[in-house]
Design a protein. Structure first.
Length: 133
């Protein structure tokens, strides 16, 4: 599953892949509520009634900030989330080029700076590639 034609920073349009575990969670939630048309995520009153056509990114950010504060991260910014996602992908072995696409950088050099990548000369990536005599 992907989010197609997402308009990001500087009006860059990109396609964002949605992890399988997120898709499964949304599918599970969707089967438990009677949504036939319109937005999946909507406002719900304290009495449990659904109202409005959907929620905005500001509503989502309010929820994220509330939970960030609850876990001891009161000064979280959207950029922190974006950078953390990129670094977690990199730590998990994600390809630099794919991380570049995910965060929407035009230049791979920007992604390298973003991740804090530095060339290791002592333990170089090509030290043990299987061509040694």
């Amino acid at each position: 599953m992907v989010i197609v034609d997402l308009i990001g920073k500087a009006a860059h349009v990109r396609t964002v892949p949605v992890p399988d575990w997120v898709k499964s969670a949304v599918d599970g939630w969707e089967t438990s509520v009677p949504i036939i048309e319109g937005s999946v995520f909507r406002c719900v009153s304290r009495k449990g009634s659904v109202w409005g056509a959907g929620i905005t990114e500001k509503v989502i950010w309010h929820v994220v900030k509330r939970f960030a504060h609850a876990v001891g991260t009161p000064k979280l910014s959207p950029h922190d989330c974006r950078r953390t996602c990129a670094r977690l992908c990199h730590t998990a072995g994600g390809e630099l080029e794919q991380i570049q696409f995910l965060v929407g950088h035009v230049s791979v050099e920007t992604t390298e700076r973003y991740l804090g990548c530095k060339q290791r000369l002592r333990l170089a990536v090509n030290d043990h590639i299987g061509l040694e005599p």
